[in-house]
Design a protein around this ligand. Structure first.
Ligand code: DQQ
Length: 577
């Protein structure tokens, strides 16, 4: 993974000359003095908080997933990477390949600063498969004036099954900020996968902002070389700030199958996702209609079009990107999960950042939100299993799920609920589920709930992360709150222990509510209501690390709930880079 020496020296020198990023902004803290601090020679793999089956690099900093694609039998994942340290900086595209989305082989760096149009960094972007089965990557380069511009790169050798080497044509950049187009050179980045319109022209979106209005700028091209900016953005929303890593794709109104990004027509809605870092950072999306004759996207008015709306994940999940997996006819989502234990700890451990378990995404039958579920391949890692059936959980009960590796596990549980008449009344002013989860944490007794799982728990419960539900009586239907409470997740003071929450739009007619948890040492990915609401937590247990972790089901509501079934598996470690 070596960048050629000469290129690297020129690049370091140019960064040295700049001293500051001259208005180039991303959503990461920049510790200029730390971004090339060498990783210490410790046994990284042995650190107890390092994940076992999530995607990560052998060492150093990683952030956004880039250009995921399925090509000729191989899955490719590129990602933002700092080859020289465990904090953000020196950003290049690292590259790994897989045949099953679970076992990954690292390759040489795919795209790194080497030309005037990307000499100060190779930032996020996407892959598109052009007619004739030719992949192309479009990415943001930070050019020699520190402006954000959009470039393409092509595989050097299409008969190399790994597509290891990428060539950047000299006609780059394809899109650049100019005084005429009025684009802010530090808010112009992260091109999407392109789609082909019925008129034979390609379209691509680039994230941007004008004052506080976030927007997805639209560009069109006949030949993927000459791109013209459309007069109007595909969509914009006031007060949302910079739209990072936009993603725009069709979803079927009739089932779980994914669609190629250029699919249009009847029975299809579209999803527009943007990553927002103002206020509560996260990946927010709307479901709506793409009016392709006008190249406009109109969100349905069933959810808010800002950071109070629907999110892929109400915990740590950012800069995500989907791709169409033609092998299994599904759309697959990847998201970056950052560390929360501080940059000093990142440097000490020598790594920072992981990617989520890839998730299949599809439109819920109600047409108003997405469903997400870990790709089925993750089940190939399941080892030893324990199960419970028809187990009553009365107020105060704590049921240990013993016999599996509780620090690296997959758990699926279905709860049977008591009569919903007993639920606490829901106050309609409770619009923010995160605040509600903060007020009504795992230790605040209720009537139906809190009940759920305590994961990565220590003997004596000095440390645990509680993922739970609480049910309220709403005006015309029950309200389901899902929380991930990290307040007791570690004894380490410096760790961010924010509690997360989301409402779950689930039909409780049959009195059932499900929860799935992927636990992996320092990450807990939770899927509530069959994948309607997802919450990811990063946690750093000390007493409950590794072999000392326990797993419990609990109920702290006055009403008993029944576990109809619970299956838990130890998870094996795949080949990970
Ligand atoms: N990360 C990249 C940018 C993007 C941001 C830089 C989002 O392209 O906007 O590493 O995390």
């Amino acid at each position: 993974m070596e960048i050629p020496n000469l290129v690297f020296s020129v690049w370091v020198f140019s960064i040295y000359l700049c001293q500051c990023r001259n208005g180039v902004e991303g959503s990461h803290e920049v510790y200029r003095n730390l971004q090339s601090v060498e990783t210490p020679q410790i046994s990284i793999a042995s650190t107890e908080n390092r994940t076992g089956y999530h995607f990560q690099a052998p060492k150093n900093w990683i952030n956004d997933p880039n250009g995921p694609m399925y090509y000729n039998g191989i899955y490719h994942l590129f990602y933002q990477y700092n080859p020289y340290g465990a904090t953000w900086g020196n950003i290049v595209w690292a590259h790994s390949v897989s045949t099953d989305l679970i076992n990954w082989t690292p390759l040489d760096l795919a795209i790194y600063p080497s030309k005037p149009f990307d000499i100060n960094g190779c930032w996020s972007g996407s892959a598109t498969i052009l007619p004739g089965n030719k992949p192309v990557i479009m990415y943001t380069g930070i050019d020699k004036q520190n402006q954000q511009v959009q470039n393409v790169a092509f595989p050097k050798n299409l008969s190399d099954p790994h597509l290891e080497e990428w060539i950047k044509p000299d006609y780059n950049p394809l899109m650049a900020p100019t005084p005429a187009n009025g684009i802010n050179p530090s808010s112009f980045r992260d091109p999407t996968t392109a789609w082909l319109g019925p008129d034979g022209h390609w379209r691509v979106l680039v994230g941007s902002q004008m004052e506080t209005r976030g927007m997805a700028l639209l560009y069109r091209s006949k030949d993927f070389v000459h791109w013209v900016k459309a007069k109007d953005p595909l969509h914009s929303s006031n007060g949302t700030g910079m739209w990072e890593c936009p993603d725009f794709y069709p979803v079927s109104e009739n089932g779980m199958d994914g669609l190629d990004t250029s699919t249009m027509g009847k029975g299809i809605k579209h999803v527009l996702k943007v990553s927002l870092s103002v206020n509560k950072s996260g990946d927010y999306y709307t479901v709506g209609r793409y009016i392709h004759e006008k190249d406009l996207y109109v969100p349905d008015n069933t959810s808010a079009d800002d950071a109070t709306g629907l999110s892929y994940d109400y915990g740590r999940f950012y800069a995500s990107k989907t791709f169409f997996d033609a092998r299994k006819n599904r759309r697959v989502l990847w998201g970056w999960m950052n560390e929360l234990d501080g940059e000093a700890s990142d440097i000490a451990k020598g790594w920072s950042g992981i990617q989520s378990i890839p998730r299949a995404v599809w439109l819920d039958r109600n047409g108003q939100q997405l469903m997400q579920w870990p790709v089925e391949e993750v089940e190939s890692l399941r080892g030893k299993q324990v199960s419970f059936h028809e187990q009553l959980l009365k107020k105060g009960d704590l049921l240990e799920v013993d016999g599996i590796t509780a620090s690296q596990a997959d758990i699926e549980v279905t709860f049977h609920l008591p009569r919903l008449e007993e639920a606490e009344p829901f106050d309609p002013t409770w619009v923010n589920p995160q605040i509600l989860c903060n007020q009504k944490g795992a230790n605040v007794n209720g009537s139906i709930g809190p009940f759920g799982l305590m994961v990565l728990a220590s003997d004596g419960l000095d440390e645990y992360t509680a993922v739970f539900f609480r049910i309220f009586k709403g005006q015309d239907k029950p309200v389901v709150l899902m929380c991930s409470d990290q307040s007791r997740s570690t004894l380490r003071e410096e760790v961010d222990k924010t509690t997360y929450g989301g409402f779950v739009e689930v039909d409780l007619r049959y009195g059932k509510l499900s929860l799935r948890n992927l636990i992996d040492r320092s990450v807990v990915e939770s899927f509530g209501g069959g994948g309607r609401t997802c919450i990811t937590a990063r946690v750093y247990p000390t007493l409950a690390a590794g072999g000392k972790a326990h797993l419990y089901a609990f109920n702290r509501g006055t009403e008993a709930v029944r576990i109809s079934k619970l299956n838990a598996w130890s998870m094996r470690t795949p080949r990970m880079n």
